[in-house]
Design a protein around this ligand. Structure first.
Ligand SMILES: N[C@@H](CCC(=O)N[C@@H](CS)C(=O)NCC(=O)O)C(=O)O
Length: 224
């Protein structure tokens, strides 16, 4: 059984490959343990960030760039459309992603991870803050990018939807159903979209590690 890494941009790239049955060798690095800051890693990938790929000697980092590269190389025009305007909408989202939806990782996932590693406390204030922040980020995403069924319009998801999903869905995956957006009337469109993306091939496999971490974290909180 594959054990995919926890990190959201990695999950998006791995998920795309799994959906398309593109085999890849998964080399594990541990960013939380400084694995991307070693000389060996930086010599290969100077950004010092994961995910990164080595495609027969061609080295590339940044989740969005990796997914675009693979789509163009492999001819996956459903996930990165050739229609100019749809493609531009994917690019618009991926450019915006880092200053908006991706903050879910910095503001919700990282504090959880620090607490899990015993470096930070997770008290009622931390929980309330995580809830407010996640609702704020997810609502903004819904209002700005889900005017239609998928981010780039059309009737099928693209790499923009994969990138956004891994950020937003991780809230419930790691913090549990108490933090779910489900049932909120003001987030009906978001929930419908989450359900559609969750139905994509290999979802559970790619998200197994992050869900497992969530179970461990919740058990730790329950036992505290
Ligand atoms: N903009 C990058 C962000 C990647 C990123 O933040 N990677 C983190 C793990 S989630 C990392 O490698 N951090 C290592 C470090 O900061 O030293 C992308 O979308 O791929």
């Amino acid at each position: 059984m594959r054990r995919y890494r926890l990190l959201s941009p990695f999950r998006s790239c791995a998920w795309l490959c799994r959906i398309k049955d593109l085999p890849f060798e998964h080399v594990k690095v541990e960013p939380f343990m400084g694995g991307t800051r070693t000389k060996e890693y930086k010599d290969k990938f100077p950004t010092g960030l994961s995910p990164a790929i080595d495609d027969n000697g061609f080295k590339l980092a940044e989740g969005g760039a990796i997914m675009k590269y693979l789509c163009v190389k492999e001819g996956w025009t459903d996930f990165y459309p050739t229609d100019l305007q749809q493609q531009a909408l994917v690019d618009q989202y991926l450019s915006n992603h880092h200053s908006t939806t991706r903050k879910m990782t910095m503001k919700v996932f990282h504090p959880m991870m620090m607490s899990f590693m015993g470096k930070q406390e997770w008290d009622a204030d931390a929980g309330a803050k995580a809830k407010d922040t996640s609702v704020f980020i997810a609502s903004k995403f819904q209002d700005v990018f889900l005017k239609e069924r998928f981010i780039a319009g059309g009737d099928a998801p693209t790499i923009a939807d994969l990138a956004a999903y891994t950020e937003i869905a991780q809230v419930e995956q790691v913090l549990g159903s108490e933090y779910s957006f489900e049932g909120r009337e003001d987030m009906a469109r978001l929930n419908e979209w989450l359900g559609e993306i969750k139905g994509l091939k290999a979802h559970d496999d790619v998200h197994r590690t992050v869900s497992k971490l969530g179970q461990l974290f919740q058990a730790k909180l329950a036992g505290a």
